[in-house]
Design a protein around this ligand. Structure first.
Ligand code: AMP
Length: 542
């Protein structure tokens, strides 16, 4: 017997309509690429999202077509979040920090039809124009009078001129909630970038779960600053959760430096902020230098990389801000665990509380976790046994978009590439990473890409790229190189060889010449051994 409940599909358009009706006056504040502060309300965003929807229909896009963005966090990007997905097209947030060749590769793989971009990224657009062959429409996120005439991009339109003729009313279509809504590529694994393809259902369930008190604790009383970019897993889902709960949204635009972020927090009475450790490192340094204090910030969610203990202590003890240490992945929408205490922990000493807080946290309802040994046998939740971490749940991918490799799932579980312990209270702690990648300032660097370039140099016989701890960027890559017999190459030559081949920040910080790179029985480079050999190595300038 079926229940007698209304079977209403979970639609992303319903989020903005809810915010419009219940929180119409709620503010959306954005620092723009122009440098000024722009203010509008959920009512404005709703009206303009409907105009976007009409404009989208006007482009004669098919249901499910991909509409890409190359944009900072801001109100126009938010309108595209609702206007694109709401009409059944798929919002594809491109990462502008990648090399233009990689962006073009990703746009082609996704078969993007439209690209909406902030004017700051015009040089990237010029570089990929002609290479990203499926894009039929380029739209600049600016006023008509800010559009330069000499871009060389045929048919380039300004966003404001594009949406202006359209009415602010729109009948959002209702369709299967499992329909794709947005996508995000990750370079966090070996090989070419791969896309997580989110659905309306997964996005809304994730927003529900993410808003709960023991998750991000979002409410209509919050003023939320997502420093995490909207091109990184939909800014950790915060734009959706904010519309769902009616929280004020504050967008930093391109200004991520400590001073700008601090000013925005104070100026907009931000109560809750979200970002990777590197951003907070810069902000804390700015505050310490100027002996500054927060007047409204109450909590901050830190994830993307392990949060250093000193950062949790500084926020908590020096500034009275609660740190929510969180873990997740692009493939998980992204939130998997958040570290909040249980009732039994409240009586613990500050030191013992800290031991709990350092962990990546407990799984949200909806995220199931297990750790397994190399033979796939499940390991106990004793806080000591560590193994490969696998996850399962309704906002975790079942496959990558258009991937040739087949589903990554193992018996229905997604292997995260992280190595972890889980204690008897369900707190997960990452101890290592089995995937061969480096994470610098929250962005991935493929060690394989770095090695492939080095071995393309005529004097290099073998090269291995590893990550070295860095106080600001968390990790930075270095390359260990074995020269060909009789061949010569200097550190400077090799570093210069990277120019133009990968993004500047992906170029290794140093070259270490070695006699040999340790190899395993199957001829695979043994990076753990290499790390041991280089354990006393210090990065230049660190
Ligand atoms: P991304 O898909 O770019 O969000 O990266 C996901 C990966 O970042 C995870 O699989 C982890 O390796 C790493 N990561 C994310 N959050 C944390 C955290 N709190 N502590 C340690 N590593 C993390």
């Amino acid at each position: 017997m079926l229940g007698l409940m209304q079977n209403q599909p979970l639609m992303i358009s319903s989020l903005i309509e809810h915010a419009n009706r219940h929180h119409g006056e709620g503010e959306i504040v954005s620092r723009r690429v122009e440098g000024d502060i722009h203010r509008c309300t959920y009512k404005d965003i709703a009206a303009r999202s409907r105009q976007v929807a009409h404009a989208m229909d006007g482009l004669k896009l098919a249901f499910g077509d991909r509409v890409a963005t190359l944009a900072w966090n801001g109100y126009r990007h938010l309108e595209l979040y609702f206007g694109v997905s709401g009409t059944g097209r798929v919002l594809h947030t491109l990462n502008p920090r990648l090399h233009p060749d990689q962006i073009a590769w990703i746009a082609n793989h996704a078969q993007d039809q439209v690209l909406c971009f902030d004017m700051t990224f015009l040089p990237i657009i010029k570089a990929i124009h002609g290479k990203a062959t499926t894009i039929r429409h380029f739209i600049a996120l600016c006023d008509a009078d800010k559009l330069p005439s000499d871009t060389g991009i045929a048919g380039l339109t300004s966003y404001e001129a594009w949406i202006a003729p359209h009415p602010a009313t729109y009948a959002w279509p209702e369709f299967d909630e499992n329909t794709a809504s947005s996508m995000c590529y990750t370079s966090g694994t070996t090989g070419n970038p791969k896309a997580a393809l989110y659905s309306h259902r997964s996005t809304i369930l994730h927003a529900f779960a993410g808003s709960m008190p023991d998750a991000l604790n979002m409410s209509a009383r919050d003023s939320v600053l997502p420093v995490v970019p909207m091109f990184h897993v939909n800014a950790w889902g915060l734009p959706y959760a904010a519309a769902m709960t009616g929280a004020k949204l504050v967008f930093p635009g391109p200004a991520m430096d400590g001073k700008s972020i601090f000013e925005l927090i104070e100026g907009e009475k931000v109560s809750f902020a979200a970002g990777v450790p590197t951003v907070w490192q810069m902000m804390l340094a700015h505050m310490q230098a100027g002996k500054l204090r927060f007047s409204t910030l109450r909590r901050t969610v830190i994830g993307g990389s392990a949060c250093p203990p000193a950062m949790i202590t500084a926020f908590n003890d020096d500034y009275g801000v609660e740190v929510l240490h969180a873990w997740g992945m692009t493939e998980m929408s992204p939130v998997g665990t958040v570290c909040t205490l249980k009732n039994k922990h409240l009586a613990l000493s500050p030191d013992d509380k800290m031991k709990v807080r350092l962990k990546q946290g407990r799984g949200l309802y909806g995220v199931d976790m297990k750790i397994v040994d190399p033979d796939g046998r499940e390991l106990p939740w004793d806080g000591k046994s560590f193994g490969d971490l696998l996850v399962k749940g309704p906002w975790i991918i079942s496959d990558y978009f258009n991937s040739e490799a087949g589903s990554p799932l193992v018996d229905g579980w997604f292997p995260t590439g992280d190595v972890a312990t889980i204690d008897s209270d369900g707190y997960m702690q990452i101890t290592d990473r089995s995937k061969d990648v480096i994470k610098s300032g929250g962005e991935w660097i493929s060690s394989i890409d770095v090695e492939n370039i080095a071995v393309a140099h005529p004097a290099v016989a073998m090269a291995a790229c590893i990550g070295i701890r860095h106080p600001k960027w968390d990790e930075r890559p270095i390359i260990a190189v074995v020269k060909k017999p009789g061949a010569e190459v200097t550190r400077e030559d090799l570093l210069a060889f990277y120019e133009g081949k990968i993004a500047k920040w992906q170029v290794p910080d140093d070259v270490v010449f070695v006699d040999a790179i340790p190899l395993g029985g199957t001829g695979k480079m043994q990076k753990t051994k290499l790390r041991e050999i280089l354990k006393d190595y210090v990065l230049p300038g660190a």
